[in-house]
Design a binder for this molecule. Structure first.
Ligand code: GRF
Length: 203
């Protein structure tokens, strides 16, 4: 472990309620600092970021609806420009419900990580918790992985298991998974810091 005096600079992408973002914000210490929060639409995550004390330097909606599918590359480029302005070491996709395109990953690939509510490669995609229940899984969990051009296909950084209880519905199980996700993403970020600047993702 190196003695790196600078905290890891973290940008967070979110789309929804932002409970993972809140956990990341609350756990900031000498190991990492949240320098920017970005969303693809107005959402609770943005409100949480603005309410947080101290608020991240940049809290910004890069509104996908102003671009649409036909102009997805332009939206990816604008998102990349916006994130780059906060000079992050690492980008965390924490409940961000858009697929990041090559215009974004050309600049942040290798240092963009995602939290996913299943034990990848099982149950990729937007309905991982529902799919695990439908498959009758007895154990599911959560994965932090690097983002690549596929859907939830990048190299795994860490996984933790979560049992499926009899009678679980999608929201009960997802909430239990998110409790574990919140701890795991903070542990992963603190782990990157302990690697030192040169060994960080993309470093
Ligand atoms: C998490 O389960 C994450 O893995 C998934 O979306 C959820 C985000 O929850 N991609 P929240 O909006 O942070 O509460």
């Amino acid at each position: 472990m190196t003695n790196n005096p600078e905290p890891l600079r973290v940008a967070v992408l979110a789309s929804g309620t932002g409970s993972l973002l809140q956990a990341i914000l609350n756990a900031q210490d000498s190991s990492y600092v949240v320098v920017g929060v970005f969303a693809d639409k107005p959402c609770e995550a943005i409100d949480r970021a603005r309410r947080h004390i101290p608020a991240p330097q940049t809290v910004q909606v890069v509104d996908f609806s102003l671009f649409g599918q036909a102009r997805r590359p332009q939206w990816n480029s604008l998102l990349a420009d916006s994130v780059a302005a906060s000079s992050p070491d690492v980008v965390v996709s924490a409940g961000f419900m858009r697929i990041l395109g090559e215009e974004f990953l050309d600049r942040f690939g290798g240092r963009t990580i995602n939290t996913h509510p299943a034990l990848l490669p099982k149950f990729p995609g937007a309905h991982a918790v529902r799919d695990a229940l439908a498959a009758g899984a007895k154990v599911t969990g959560t994965t932090v992985h690097y983002v690549d051009a596929g859907v939830d296909t990048g190299p795994v950084i860490e996984q933790r298991e979560v049992p499926v209880h009899p009678g679980d519905d999608e929201s009960m199980l997802h909430e239990r998974i998110k409790t574990v996700e919140r701890e795991m993403i903070v542990d992963v970020l603190r782990g990157f810091r302990s690697l030192g600047t040169r060994a960080r993702p993309g470093g």
